[in-house]
Ligand binder design. Structure first.
Ligand code: ATP
Ligand code: MG
Length: 720
């Protein structure tokens, strides 16, 4: 068979990595050097040349999007479907194993995956029932504690409090939380990993089965694995020396979630026969972009160290824009995007990357006004929207009556006259008898505990759920979703909401039916898993990654974290301000600051042709106004790679000689950046003008009142 297509498009080091005989390997290399490409080519090489069955391949990566792309790339090279291959995120693979062996994992068949919001809600309820003051013991902190223990592979019973009061309390909640989750058949994200690990660790024959099955285990973005993920990989490859990992210590950005760069060192010790290959040529970015990234990351102390070069030429300089405020920043970015599109660029080649989800709104608004389609990854994600979660809660309750978070969510939605008091009665009984809310309902109804009205309302609810279950039988997945949306009364409920909002919600519900219709789970022959259960878990695990059609041409908005592994011709990295990026929490902590710098390195290295960085001199975020200084990272990028763009090209021209002053060609009196005072609104800064003569309007950012357009002739401004 001619496999030259597999190796012709590789450089020497890459070829070595792809074609090496089966053994453990570490590909350690910087961004854009072809690590993911090597991994994909190696999998295809092993199938086509070494004769491995697709069935015996396991490939792990970090996001669903990355997993999907990997599968597509493999299918394209192989020219055949890859159903039999296990490709996915750690969480989705762990979930798959748990579903297949639920009983052995000591889980009910109907177990449901909880997202972090549901987890937090459950913890809050638990604190109440334990009579623990949630002011002194913030639920979020407890959630962080529990997840961190699980990431380290620790159950409450493994940890000793050593007489520490704080730890004792935390452990008490952790223990109770474990008990409640077990009782209700609920599994949080960290639990998926921990339990999948325990399952294999404690079941020798099962472990051997999977060890024999997966003859090659591949991991992308290895630098971001945590303790339990690495332990799981070790179990699967124990004594077999078949772990192939690619990674870049400079791109480790999930330390805050327990990721350990040190896993790379551990790998080197645990797999002493491994081969290490370094890749040094970057194929993604132009010279200026790469130089900026290299220089920035050299400010980190704790590095394995590597050099990256490119033969793509210097390319354009990096643009740096200093905005007056966050709105001006969004104006600027969208103007630039328009220019990109006018020149024939595609929308999906453009990404706006930000540090915090809350920053997306400004860009969304501007893009919407400019009628440019966009897609937000993360943020209020599709599967996190209320209407979607409500529908899913119905579906979940159909699958598992004991799913309390879902019960709570929909028992009175649409409203059916179930009062808080009735609910409190249910909660009390559930707590005292350690049963689910559904069971409590059944018991109290049997006892005739409630007055007629409350009893009728509850009976109606139970009847609805039972009827839905019957009506759903034998239907296709998407038909089930459709039926539940309608018969639950949710559609009618949203129809009554204010026009726009209700309409948008109903559109989303229709989109959910589409999502279910196109849900394509790669089931193997004779793998009998409920499609609905898989879909629900998918919705929880991969929230946000199914909204709209992936292939649509639209501007990509996402956090820097979710941009890992991706590449775009034009990248906007926005909000480079002290306190935002690097984030306020990391400024005083060297390790955290270095992680922020790595995140900045990830951001810069997503850009192929053009990179535009911006910051605002004043910013309103989380309802607070601040006047941040520019990010320290800007000073760490070499000046010769950067070009200042102070002024928006299409409405402005430079006048005067002082390059540092932003100046607009305001037709008459004012320049952008000038401070003025207004009788009613007080002090403010001139941003821009439009129109002329008597109709000339001026946009001002008032310190107190925010952005306003005023007609200059009437505004009676005074210079200050
Ligand atoms: P990251 O660290 O960001 O995940 P990576 O090391 O995984 O990056 P890839 O995404 O595999 O890098 O590759 C970066 C880009 O370079 C891709 O567009 C890829 O197709 C291209 N590329 C990689 N190797 C070669 C090569 N030998 N010839 C041509 N293009 C290549
Ligand atoms: Mg990659």
């Amino acid at each position: 068979m001619d496999v030259s297509f597999l190796i012709n498009s590789l450089n020497d080091a890459q070829r070595l990595a792809v074609t090496a005989p089966s053994k453990s390997m570490l590909i350690l290399a910087g961004a854009g050097s072809g690590k993911t490409r090597v991994l994909v080519h190696r999998i295809v090489w092993q199938i086509q040349v070494e004769g491995l069955s697709p069935h015996s391949i396991l490939a792990v990566t970090f996001t669903n999007k990355a997993a999907m792309e990997m599968r597509e790339r493999i299918e394209k090279l192989l020219k055949s479907p890859t159903q039999a291959m296990w490709i996915g995120t750690f969480h989705s693979l762990a979930h798959r194993i748990l579903r297949r062996h639920a009983t052995k994992a000591k889980l009910p068949d109907t177990f449901q995956v909880m997202d972090s919001n549901d987890q937090l809600r459950l913890i809050k309820r638990l604190l109440k029932s334990l009579e623990i003051d949630d002011k002194k013991w913030p639920p979020k902190q407890i959630q962080g504690f529990i997840n961190a223990q699980k990431d380290e592979g620790l159950r409450a019973s493994h940890i000793s409090d050593n007489g520490d009061f704080f730890l004792r309390k935390m452990l008490q909640v952790y223990q109770e939380y474990e008990a409640v989750c077990n009782r209700l058949g609920l599994v949080d994200f960290a639990e998926l990993l921990l339990r999948a690990h325990e399952l294999l660790r404690d079941n020798e024959s099962l472990l051997q089965f999977y060890q024999r099955r997966f003859r090659q285990v591949h991991v992308d973005e290895f630098q971001d694995t945590n303790t339990i993920q690495y332990a799981w990989l070790r179990l699967l490859t124990e004594g077999r020396d078949n772990l192939f990992i690619v990674g870049d210590d400079d791109q480790s950005i999930y330390g805050w979630r327990g990721a350990k760069i040190a896993n790379i060192f551990s790998f080197q010790q645990h797999y002493p026969n491994h081969e290490l290959i370094r890749l040094e040529q970057n194929y993604r970015s132009t010279g200026n972009i790469l130089q900026a990234a290299n220089q920035l990351i050299s400010h980190n102390g704790n590095r394995m160290g590597k050099q990256l070069w490119t033969d793509r030429g210097q390319g354009e300089l990096i643009s740096l824009y200093s905005a007056f405020n966050e709105q001006d920043e969004a104006y600027f970015v969208v103007d630039r995007i328009k220019q990109w599109l006018e020149k024939g660029g595609l929308k999906k080649e453009v990404a706006i990357l930000y540090r915090s989800n809350a920053q997306s709104r400004q860009f969304e608004e501007r893009l919407m006004t400019a009628a440019i389609p966009y897609r937000v990854y993360g943020g209020l994600r599709f599967f996190e929207r209320a209407e979607i979660k409500n529908t899913l809660a119905y579906l979940r309750l159909l699958s598992n009556h004991d799913d309390d978070p879902s019960f709570e969510r929909i028992v009175n939605l649409p409203t059916r006259g179930i009062s808080t008091r009735t609910l409190d009665n249910l909660r009390d009984l559930a707590r005292s008898q350690q049963i689910s809310l559904w069971q409590a309902t059944t018991n109290l109804l049997e006892e005739d505990f409630f007055p007629t009205r409350a009893a009728n309302a509850l009976k109606k609810f139970k009847q609805l759920i039972n009827e839905l279950a019957i009506n759903c039988e034998g239907l296709e997945l998407f038909e089930k979703v459709k039926l539940v949306e309608k018969q639950s009364g949710l559609i009618d409920f949203y129809k009554k909401e204010k026009e726009d909002r209700g309409e948008a919600r109903i559109e989303n519900l229709a989109e959910l039916v589409n999502a279910a219709r196109s849900f394509d789970y790669h089931l193997e022959e004779n793998e009998v898993l409920s499609e609905l259960a898989m879909f629900l878990a998918h919705a929880t695990l991969e929230a946000g990654e199914m909204q709209g059609a992936d292939a649509d041409d639209c501007i990509q908005l996402m956090t820097l974290h979710s941009a890992k592994g991706l590449e775009f011709k034009q990248v906007f990295m926005v909000g480079l301000e002290e306190g935002l990026f690097p984030s306020g929490r990391s400024i005083d902590d060297v390790a955290k600051l270095e992680e922020e710098r790595r995140l900045c390195y990830v951001g810069i290295t997503r850009a192929m042709q053009q990179l535009c960085i911006s910051y605002a001199e004043s910013r309103r975020l989380y309802g607070k106004e601040s006047y941040p200084s520019p990010s320290r990272f800007l000073r760490e990028i070499p000046a010769e790679c950067v070009q200042d763009v102070r002024i928006r090209a299409n409405i402005t021209r430079t006048v005067g000689t002082n390059k540092n002053q932003p100046i607009l060609p305001l037709t008459n009196q004012y320049k952008a950046g000038e401070k003025i005072s207004h009788a009613k609104f007080g002090l403010g800064t001139i941003l821009q003008t439009k129109g002329d003569d008597k109709q000339e309007k001026v946009q001002i950012n008032f310190y107190k009142g925010g952005l306003k357009w005023l007609i200059l002739a009437y505004a009676q401004l005074e210079r200050v």
